[in-house]
Design a protein around this ligand. Sequence first.
Ligand code: ADP
Ligand code: MG
Length: 393
Amino acid sequence: MKNELIERLTGVFHETFGGAPVHLVRAPGRVNLLGEHVDYNDGFVLPAAIDRATYIAFSPTGTDLSTLVAVDFNQRASFSPQTIPSKTQADGSPLPEWAHYPAGVMWSLNENQLETRGMNAVFASNVPRGSGLSSSASVEMAFMLAWQTLSDWMLPSMQRALLGQKAENQYVGVNCGIMDQFASACGVENKLLLLDCRSLDWKTIPLPEDVAIVIADTTIRRKLTSGEYNKRRAACEEAVRLLKQDLPNIRSLRDVSVEEFNRFADKLPEEVSKRARHVVEEIERSNQAEALLEAGNIQHFGELMNQCHASLRDFYEVSSPELNVMASVAQSLDGCYGARLTGAGFGGCTVNLVAHEQAETFSELLAKGYQSETGYQPEIYITRASSGAELLT
Ligand code: ADP
Ligand code: MG
C-alpha cells in the first residue's frame, strides 16, 4: 500500500512538473494508548506513531514560490512567504482549507526566522482524515521536514513538533496540545512514547513483540467537537481555580493527587468535579503505566485502558454510543488486553491492545459485532508503532 502511494506520487509529480522528484519524506499519524485529555492539564501521554503516514515527493524550485498538489483532493495551491500572512495564493485567491496546514508550517517557520525555500510538491496520505489519528499533524510534520530538507537550518524533532503546534494553533486556528505533532515527529519503531506535557521530557517504552495495536474506526465523524473540547478545557481551568482555595500551590490538575481531589471534590460544582476527576485519575493511571510496561505487565496496563474508556464515557462525557459499542465488544473478545476510545472523542476510533496471534480473528469478530449492533460497517487496522517523520531519499 505504501509503495503504491509512492508510485502514484511520482507519477503525478511527473505529469504536473515534469521529471522525477528529488526528495521523498514521510510523517506518520499517531494513536494514543493512555493519557487522554490530559495534555492540556500538564499530564503524561503515551502515544505511538503508526504505520500510516503522509508522503511528499518534492523538488526545489530555486524561487520562493511553493506549488503543492494535494492528490487526495485533486487540487493545487501556490503560495510564498509574501502571500501567506493574508492566507492567499500567489494569484490573490484564498488558500483552500487543506493548504492552511502546509502554509501554516511555512508561516510558523518564517515567524521564527527560518527560511522556507520554494518547492514543487505532490503529497498524499493513508492516515484517515478527521478520525482522531491526527492526519493534520502528519501533514504538518511532513512539510516541516520537507522545508528543512531544502534549507540550511536543522531543528531537533521536538522543536519541529512545537513549531507545527504553533502553526495549527495560530494559523489554522485549532487549539490542540503538543501530543499529535510530538508523536508524528518523534516516533520510534516498536516503542510507545511517554511524554511529560509539562516539561516536554520524553522517553520510549518497549511494547512486547507479541502484542498488536488494533485501531477500530467507528466511521462516525466528530460533530461539534471544537465547542465541546473548549468547554472541557474551561471546566479544567475552573476546577484549578476553585481547588486553589484549599491547595494554593497547584498550577494545574497535574499537581492534584487523587487523595487530595477526593478530599475537596464536593466543593466543586458537579459537572466541574466529574471533568476534573477524569483528569486527576487519568494522570494517576498514566503514572502507573511506565512501571507496568517496563515489567511487561500488559494485562494490568490493558485494564487501565478499559478504566480510561469508562472514565471518558462517564466523567469526561466525550464518548458516543458507537464508541461504547466498539469498546465493549472488543473487551469481551479473546486476546484483547484493553480497549478504549482514542483522540478527542465523540466519534472516530478506538485503540485496542491485542495478542498478536489473535489480532486477525479479533478484528473480524469486532467488525461483525459492531456492525450487528449499530448497522455501520467499521474500518479496522492492525498497526504497529513506527518511526517518526523521516527523509526517505
Ligand atoms: P485529524 O484528526 O485527522 O487530524 P483534523 O480535522 O485535525 O483531523 O485534520 C484534518 C484536515 O487536515 C483535513 O480536513 C485537511 O484539511 C488536512 N489534511 C489531512 N490529510 C490530508 C491530505 N491527505 N491531503 C490534504 N490535506 C489533508
Ligand atoms: Mg488534527
